[in-house]
Design a protein around this ligand. Sequence first.
Ligand code: ATP
Ligand code: MG
Length: 731
Amino acid sequence: MQHPLLAELNDKQCEAVAAHERHMLVLAGAGSGKTRVLVHRIAYLMQEQQVSPYSILAVTFTNKAAAEMRGRIESLIGSSTRAMWIGTFHGLAHRLLRAHYMDVGLPQNFQILDSDDQQRLVKRTIRSLNLDEKRWPPKQAQWFINAKKDEGLRPHHLDGYDFNERTLKEIYDAYQVACDRAGLVDFAELLLRAHELLRDNAIVREHYQRRFRHILVDEFQDTNSIQYAWIKLFSGVGESQGATGFVTIVGDDDQSIYGWRGAKVENIQQFMRDYPDVLTIRLEQNYRSTSTILRAANNVIGNNQGRLGKELWTDGSAGEPIDVYAAFNEMDEARYIAGRIEQWREHGNALTDVALLYRSNAQSRVLEEAMLHARIPYRIYGGLRFFDRQEVKDALAYLRLIAGRNDDAALERVINTPTRGIGDRTVGIIREAARDRGITLWDAARQLVTEKTLTGRAANAVGAFLALIDTLEDETGDFALGRQVDVVIKRSGLMAMYEAEKGEKAETRVENLKELVNACDHFAEPEEADENMTPLNSFLAHAALESGDEQADEHQDAVQLMTLHSAKGLEFPLVFMTGVEEGLFPSQQSMDEAGRLEEERRLCYVGMTRAMQKLVITYAEQRRIYGTDMLHRVSRFIGEMPSDALHHVRMKVPAYSSPSAPAMGRFHSGASHEAFEQTGFQLGQRVRHSKFGEGTVLNYEGTGPQSRIQINFDDAGSKWLVVAYARLDRC
Ligand code: ATP
Ligand code: MG
């Protein structure tokens, strides 16, 4: 009789799930059940082949995917998977480093440096080397350092052939010294250090090789060099004793979208060469999307060269055509989408079933505003994370200093936040002393006060700050995490500082600080808690690693906003793909390079194949990007879709009536849009004003006699006018 775990799988999927100890590649298109196969295989290994969860290592792309995978496995097998290692490459690397901090030369309380803090530290390094920041922009140096780390390269590996590289190497070197001194580990360093640990320490390596009998990797097409080297070390392949663990990788070359960040789709072919006797399985049936959506997506991706080649079909229904909406500008686009979502909700559908996808993070603001105006709850996934917000980072910096005084980045952030009379000049003196003496900022500050190099008010203020941190640690060290954080936020003066600020933004900041205490109260330490971590340390690590998942109430029914990149692996009944314009998607930079254009096309394929029932594509003819209005043509990707799969939605032609139309609002969609058109104007229309001359209608807001209209005048620029008084003529 067939095993129940194989019941809801097709023949090929069964073969992959039940394969006996072998290396395996599952290569298949979107929605063909690759992730499902991985989950079922893990459950099957445990139930049917008596593999202990302790011997399984599963790698996914996001924390959310890892949590989902764990949940799905547990519900399949009906028991806990605590002993199993499931996580992202970064999460797993972090775990390794915590367990073996001594072997890798890190202090026990090392802290993770997020991208923002990293950039700040790079900037400081550049300054300390007396280099010109304009000539050596911190962002570029940061990118260089991370790219080298992703390739497994330390400064001494670089030959510094030309002047450019020699200087970047110098920055990299000095930056690394600063990190090591302060016990800071950036994201790329997590991977590199964990890799070096496994590579250079035979005892540790053999321990994990004995432990992990099965290694399974989802989204393999987006692994970079160091990640792939990791998998090899864990599985012992290429070493004298031969493979110690069996590796299953699943992936889709058509969904490789992180080439720009060093991912190597060639790792798929490399895997075939490195591993002996690989069982390759291709899945061809798509279970996710309607045949219309699938056909359009297949057409688009068909324009790429050099694909590994896969068939994808579905026996699902044709469903509805893909709607394409040509918006006049980004506000009109957002308004249209809000209207569609309102209709969706009115039909009794759930908001969590809706995703709004965009190419660049900056696009989210206008979409967010439209959701707010239409009172549609939304959640940003992977965007500005709760833990990235200014006030939360301030509080975290206090906590990091309490956890370890050597954290220079944290000290810089809060030494004068809230202001306590420690000016830039004093901080500069401390920085200089730290550099000259090769010590941390904390130690430098202490020495300067003790030896009376700092005097007067500056010395008092710095001394008080040092004492504050010491006292906070002494007094709150034994408290429960939530209470500790609550006290720290108040005693440090942060809460009072934000409470004293005016306005909505300040209110949100206070709420966020409260929410942080809340988050600490509800923080469950990771399973298999490491004895090397205090609750505070594990919370700080969680804050640095977690992405997006914490920011909104998980259980609220809300639309999900995210970039196309972070939508990978997910699926939603209704998907909006926005900003599908030349210059934005494909992005301007990608248009001159064939390789990058193909990566954009794969991103388009990823976006389209997230949709289960309905896909809506929107583009704006005019869009404000970084402060400039840009006119864009419709994206070539829409042209690559079969026209009979598309339904072009047109804006209604307005009928003229009186200006006192009912219920208009800047972001009130649907009916209000029509109400606006009843004023006799429409977005994009040319109008003439007696004083300002000719212009184009950009936007509108308000109702009745108060309704206002925004016009971009050819000579006078953009202006808001009250419709009732503006006496506009249509051109
Ligand atoms: P992606 O490439 O986007 O990551 P994937 O190949 O990992 O996609 P899954 O997410 O595993 O695909 O599966 C897509 C959808 O199809 C899921 O809802 C899954 O439950 C469903 N599915 C997969 N296989 C089957 C099957 N044999 N019978 C019914 N539904 C299935
Ligand atoms: Mg998947």
